[in-house]
Design a protein around this ligand. Structure first.
Ligand SMILES: NC(=O)c1ccc[n+]([C@@H]2O[C@H](COP(=O)([O-])OP(=O)(O)OC[C@H]3O[C@@H](n4cnc5c(N)ncnc54)[C@H](O)[C@@H]3O)[C@@H](O)[C@H]2O)c1
Length: 357
């Protein structure tokens, strides 16, 4: 199969759909790979790395689209790219169709085969192509939170790990899923005192089993949240109710109960946020302050660490890219129920009902 990778042109997107290691595997399997020049630079992969791995470098995105049976991307195609996508072409990327009617319509009209990373689903209901980005965001939440606790950037002026003779900072984490556990791990590693809340006792049992004793688990109730926000320095929101908006667990009136300079990182911002005062921010201007509480609500946190994020993403996408390339999309989906769940729009037909929600 002919596989093409273009440079992502969405604002602030530096990740890339295939690494040189992925190219190497595809070439080994007798496929042809076209890489648009400088596509990997933002993630630290250079044209010479791709060439060495066996790829053919191409100047223009339009040409890559024209030559390829399958396009492997990171972000959804944007308007400029719509005209390049043609009938029967496979496009394997994050689409998030539910959030854009314009994109949905364009892909229906293209009659292409759209396989969305975000709906590929394991038998146990987990989303293997979303997990690595939650892992990155969960770990980053503590890194960012620790930074914004510094006084010159309006935080409380607390060092999360403390020092001998001074107690560590306190971190409250809402949600013990992928984001929550990775955040807890980082915070615990820094020596912070960590409290993690969830409504799912199975998750809390797991956290309790695997985390060190200074990570305390508790049931997520409004009572417990109101109690804890008064004496925690960094609050991380990592809750998810699949298919629904995040519940507003911290309301505006609760901010007055927090210490001035408390930092709140709402990782769940992409689902509307789990703090009432959340509004999406960008890496250029990541924080704002309400009632002396610092809010960090960047909707694409992994975008700030493209090297790590590209590797984390392609680690999980490459096995599927190989399956599609080796078998063709129909046979690959017939043999793999998880990949089949990724089919969203096939030759003009919506085949994944939730797109219309
Ligand atoms: N901002 C970003 O850049 C970024 C990156 C990756 C993921 N995310 C988002 O982070 C959120 C969390 O993702 P995840 O992969 O950890 O999800 P997950 O499904 O693994 O975990 C969510 C957890 O929230 C818990 N939960 C639900 N309601 C709760 C409540 N009322 N109180 C406490 N816990 C509750 C669930 O029981 C579950 O354990 C999602 O909205 C995801 O889209 C954002």
């Amino acid at each position: 199969m002919k596989i093409g990778v273009t440079k992502e042109i969405k604002n602030n997107e530096s990740r890339v759909g295939l690494t040189p290691a992925g190219v190497f595997e595809l070439i080994k399997n007798n496929h042809t790979v076209y890489i648009q020049k400088t596509a990997g630079e933002g993630s630290g992969f250079f044209d010479s790395d791709y060439e060495e791995a066996g790829a053919t470098l191409i100047e223009k995105a339009a040409e890559v689209f024209a030559l390829s049976d399958m396009i492997v991307k990171v972000k959804e195609p944007i308007a400029e790219e719509y005209p390049y996508i043609r009938e029967n072409q496979i496009v394997f990327t994050y689409f998030h169709f539910a959030s854009s009617d314009e994109l949905t319509q364009a892909m229906i009209e293209s009659k292409s085969v759209c396989i969305a990373y975000e709906t590929v689903e394991d038998e146990d209901g987990t989303l293997p192509l979303l997990t690595p980005m939650s892992e990155v965001a969960g770990r980053m939440a503590i890194q960012q939170g620790a930074k914004y606790l510094e006084k010159p950037i309006k935080g409380r002026g607390i060092l999360l790990g403390g020092v001998p003779g001074v107690p560590p900072g306190k971190v409250l984490i809402l949600g013990a899923g992928v984001v929550g556990i990775q955040a807890a791990k980082m915070a615990a590693g820094l020596g912070a005192h960590v409290t993690i809340l969830d409504i799912n006792m199975k998750r809390l049992r797991y956290v309790n089993d695997v985390m060190p004793p200074h990570v305390i688990t508790e049931l997520s109730t409004e009572y417990n949240i109101r109690r804890h926000i008064k004496n925690h320095d960094l609050i991380v929101g990592g809750v998810l109710i699949p298919g629904a908006k995040a519940p507003k667990l911290i309301t505006r009136d609760m901010l007055k109960d927090m210490h001035p300079g408390t930092v709140m990182v709402d990782v769940a911002v992409d689902q509307g946020g789990c703090f009432e005062t959340t509004r999406a921010t960008t890496h250029e201007d990541p924080t704002y302050i309400i009632d002396d509480v610092v809010h960090y609500c960047v909707a694409n946190m992994p975008g700030a660490v493209p090297y790590t994020s590209t590797l984390a993403l392609t680690n999980v996408t490459l096995p599927y890219v190989l399956k599609i390339a080796n078998l063709g999309w129909e046979e690959a989906c017939n043999r793999n129920k998880d990949l089949k769940k990724g089919l969203n729009i096939v030759k003009g037909e919506i085949v994944y009902a939730d797109i219309m929600k």
